[in-house]
Design a protein around this ligand. Structure first.
Ligand code: GTP
Ligand code: MG
Length: 197
């Protein structure tokens, strides 16, 4: 699938104010600074569609982007950012949780993991929560340019083994680099398969 058109629609703090839940939607979620917004820009081929920053905590709302006039990509705030106040952090986590649990047209979630890190409790707990709620997810490893290709594959396989300890079926995994523009097609193909089913 090619992304022919990608445009910003709206930002909300409340999932109920998001666009009518009638078209398929895919959300990107992960720790602050993992590269969610950068990945959206990479997938759509538009460098400044979603705002990115070196400082964690840049994305603070539920942001909808309309793709090829037929489906939505959603950029979410990050979880687990220690430097914002507890009140702010809890507000974001509630916003994300309400969105993920209630958004009727959410087909699949992509959980982003920085490929340099070994499995972190905060991510494993987040995925366990998705599993308990029956929310399908795939895993996208980001910032692969920071490692050598074989190291990146080793990191992914180690993560797969870690998940296999608790998950009967490990979700599909993708390796990406927004910096090097790598890993786009398999993700767009996965989305296309969902859109067609
Ligand atoms: P929040 O909105 O704050 O939760 O962050 P985010 O997950 O949206 O991350 P964002 O896309 O803003 O990127 C955070 C930082 O990581 C920026 O400085 C990006 O340039 C950098 N970054 C993102 N993806 C990559 C990548 O693939 N490779 C490298 N080297 N840097 C990346
Ligand atoms: Mg962001």
């Amino acid at each position: 699938m090619k992304v022919q058109e990608a445009r910003y629609v709206m930002s909300n703090s409340d999932y109920e104010k998001c666009p009518d839940p009638v078209l398929p939607e895919y959300a990107f979620i992960g720790r602050s600074n993992v590269g969610k917004s950068s990945l959206i820009n990479m997938l759509t081929g538009k460098k400044s569609l979603a705002k990115t920053s070196q400082q964690p905590g840049k994305t603070q709302l539920i942001n909808h982007y309309f793709i090829n006039e037929s489906w939505y990509l959603v950029d979410l705030p990050g979880y687990g950012y220690a430097k914002v106040s507890k009140v702010e952090r809890e507000k974001w986590e509630k916003m994300i949780g309400d969105y993920l649990h209630n958004r009727e047209n959410l087909i699949c979630t992509f959980v982003l993991i920085d490929i340099r890190h070994s499995a972190l409790a905060v991510d494993l707990e987040f995925m366990a929560g998705l599993g308990e709620a029956g929310i399908p997810f795939h895993i996208i490893f980001t910032k692969a340019d920071k490692l050598k290709p074989n190291q990146a594959i080793n990191q992914m396989e180690a993560y797969r083994q870690k998940l296999a300890e608790v998950w009967e079926e490990v979700p599909p995994m993708f390796i990406t680099s927004a910096e090097k523009n790598e890993g786009r097609d398999p993700i767009l193909e996965a989305i296309e398969t969902y859109n067609q089913s």
